[in-house]
Design a protein around this ligand. Structure first.
Ligand code: HEM
Ligand SMILES: *[C@@H]1O[C@H](CO)[C@@H](O)[C@H](O)[C@H]1NC(C)=O
Ligand SMILES: *[C@@H]1O[C@H](CO)[C@@H](O)[C@H](O)[C@H]1NC(C)=O
Ligand SMILES: [Mg+2]
Length: 253
């Protein structure tokens, strides 16, 4: 397994790593950003190009591996979904603002962004985020709270946005995004019997990340020790979908 990963990585072109990598800096005039708080964060720290432009698969794979221990098996398919957001059909890179195109990957019912119908879907929006936060009622979020927050945002959008849409790919990404922040900021306990106990995520890390688009090193976060693979992510998403159905039909408290 190690050998396979090593081979995949060494096949990538050598990437120049800028000197100021790691340091957080706000985006400058002309820099572009995404509706994704993590890609924005990694650009703000210089793991991705600070201007948000010209991101190839090789750059994305290296950045997410270095900064948050995400495996090629998960970043490669994610990148492949993102490539068509570049309006140039022959392009092999993306700019972060390409990801904002509605209903390719960007979808309604986001946790911290408005629906396109109401306003810009790329930038952080405090009232939307407050609704999400209202479901996080303990210092550590369990998977049940994270699932309810996701459901609530979709239900609110579906009932207030006359142009609400939720294509299947958007829905799948939506569950993936709720999984993603838990995997990056939470403590994994994937052998737990109850899905609700599989990750426990400090609320203050999640708030800091969403609100500042910055890695929360100064309040104690460290790069995850466990490497996130595609199988781990997909299994967690499938289990969260089951949990969500159970919460909605009242069989899971
Ligand atoms: C190549 C990798 C990635 C791509 C192409 C990508 C793309 C996107 C896009 C297009 C959205 C907007 C969806 C929407 O809310 O309308 C999004 C949201 C999101 N992404 Fe990423 N993302 C990537 C990696 C990550 C990683 C590694 C994390 C880890 C924390 C992450 C966490 C999130 C979260 C939490 C949201 C939801 C934001 C919200 O609902 O307000 N993403 N991503
Ligand atoms: C994309 O590549 C094809 C094949 O090389 C070419 O015919 C086409 O004009 C290119 N399209 C653009 C927009 O560059
Ligand atoms: C409720 O949802 C759960 C999880 O999907 C399912 O196993 C169960 O059969 C459902 N129960 C009812 C009464 O619909
Ligand atoms: Mg959205």
């Amino acid at each position: 397994m190690k050998l396979i990963c090593f081979t995949a990585l060494s096949a990538l072109p050598v990437l120049a790593v800028p000197r100021d990598r790691g340091e957080w800096r706000a985006p400058k005039e002309g820099d572009v950003r995404a509706p994704c708080p993590m890609l924005n964060t990694l650009a703000n720290h210089g793991y991705l190009p600070r201007n948000g432009k010209g991101i190839s698969k090789a750059i994305a794979v290296e950045a997410l591996s270095t900064a948050i221990n995400w495996d090629f098996s998960v970043v490669s398919p994610l990148y492949d979904f993102a490539q068509p957001t570049n309006p140039d059909p022959n392009a092999t890179t993306i700019d972060l603002n390409h990801l904002t195109t509605h209903n390719i990957l960007e979808h309604d019912g986001s946790l911290s962004r408005q629906d396109t119908f109401f306003g810009p879907a790329d930038v952080f929006h405090v009232d939307t985020w407050k609704e999400t936060l209202s479901y996080f009622t303990t210092p550590n979020i369990d998977v049940g709270q994270a699932a309810r927050a996701r459901t609530a945002r979709v239900v609110t959008s579906a009932s207030t946005n006359p142009s609400f849409t939720f294509p299947q790919i958007g829905s799948y990404f939506d569950y993936g995004e709720t999984a993603a922040y838990q995997f990056v900021f939470g403590t994994w306990n994937l052998d737990a019997d109850d899905i609700k106990d599989k990750i426990s995520t400090p609320l203050e890390l999640v708030k800091y990340f969403f609100e500042f688009e910055r890695l929360p090193f100064e309040i104690g976060w460290k790069r995850p020790q466990n490497r996130l693979t595609f199988d781990i992510l997909v299994n967690f998403v499938i289990e969260t979908q089951g949990l969500t159905l159970g919460q909605m039909n009242g069989t899971i408290p």
